[in-house]
Write a protein that binds this ligand. Sequence first.
Ligand code: UD1
Ligand code: UDP
Length: 382
Amino acid sequence: MTESFYPATLVREPAFRRKTGRMKISVVLGTRPEIIKMAPLLKILEAKKADFFTLHTGQHYSYELDKVFFDQLELPRPRYNLEAGSGTHAEETAKMLTGIEKILLNERPDFVLVEGDTNSVLAGALAAVKLGIRVGHVEAGLRSYDRTMPEEINRVITDHIGSYLFAPTLKAKQILLGEGIYQGKTFVTGNTIVDAIRLYLETARQKVDIHRQFHLTPQKYFLATLHRQENTDNRDRFTSILEGLSGTAAQFKLPVVYPAHPRSRKLVDSLKKPPKGLKIIDPVDFFSFLQLESNARLILTDSGGVQEEACILHIPCVTLRDNTERPETVDAGANIVAGAAAEYIVESATKMLERKTDWTNPFGDGHAAERILNIITEAEND
Ligand code: UD1
Ligand code: UDP
């Protein structure tokens, strides 16, 4: 099977036809990466004057993880915000589930669209499917095969209860088929993050000057992000990764710029000595982050989205985890999965800095959002 994207006109899903009237879509989202990756879809829905509304769970609520993206990307405002906030997994998910159910019962959309693998995604999909509302899962079929990760649980469940599974790559689709999922539910669309980069990179270049703000020179810094539960809930592991970042900074005599997610900020601030070579800053807006990424010499991260963006932008990446659900980046030669051992992080950074960056982007042509909306529209009208 060769890599190919679904031409929207060939898509048929007779099992899920809507009977009458105009289709109503609910976009359920709750965190930074979902807002960014749903932005291209929201833009099209708005431009087409589609019947849709955004339901924000409120999982992310700090300005720099939430509202900044609606403002900067000029996204339609959510009709609802559940303000679920932070808590244990059960607390977060339960609050969202009950809140989402009430709204869906009232609004009765034909479709719920979710993106990714957060607790908001699980809650949105589960609430909808129990009400007999069809669920479209954007970014389906990703697997780390590590069930200690909350994200892995969320993605597996969402894929298995979803009606329309939008796999970013052929590899992701094959994973779904390998789990016995009906082929007719799966569509290779590309990843909407390519659409977001296509939409915003040039504007980002023109509109912000993050380098001047932080006294940085393009190509003369590394960029890091670190926030995943498996890294932040284990102090030894977190400290070892920070040592790896400091070691990389020392080896190449370049600073590591680290916009710290609030989850890891607390840990960094509690350290007795600040890690050497790191420039720790608050999370930045998407345009600033795109500018930082596209001018970094190397990116070190445990983020899923940042691994993809590094690959798309042709910036070498070192993943600060033991596995990745984005193996396409490794296969392309754009990424090494380094784990948490300081020496191995430095060694992986050294290897990645020696590599050519002329790999092929495996995540699509930047038209995933159009494809996804065409698929559901055509299926409904069939
Ligand atoms: C969540 C996702 C993770 C995703 C990340 C994107 C789950 C299980 N995890 O992790 O997959 O990579 O979002 O960034 O859904 N906090 C704030 N302000 C906020 C939100 C959170 O300060 O607006 C702090 C709180 O201390 C909170 C902690 O961050 O307890 C964790 O927040 P939570 O939403 O539970 O998980 P994330 O780590 O953000
Ligand atoms: N991002 C951002 N500002 C930052 C750090 C990240 O805008 O300071 C963006 C980044 O471009 C990517 C997304 O946030 O699109 C990734 O989100 P995150 O790493 O929080 O979640 P994950 O992808 O790991 O689920």
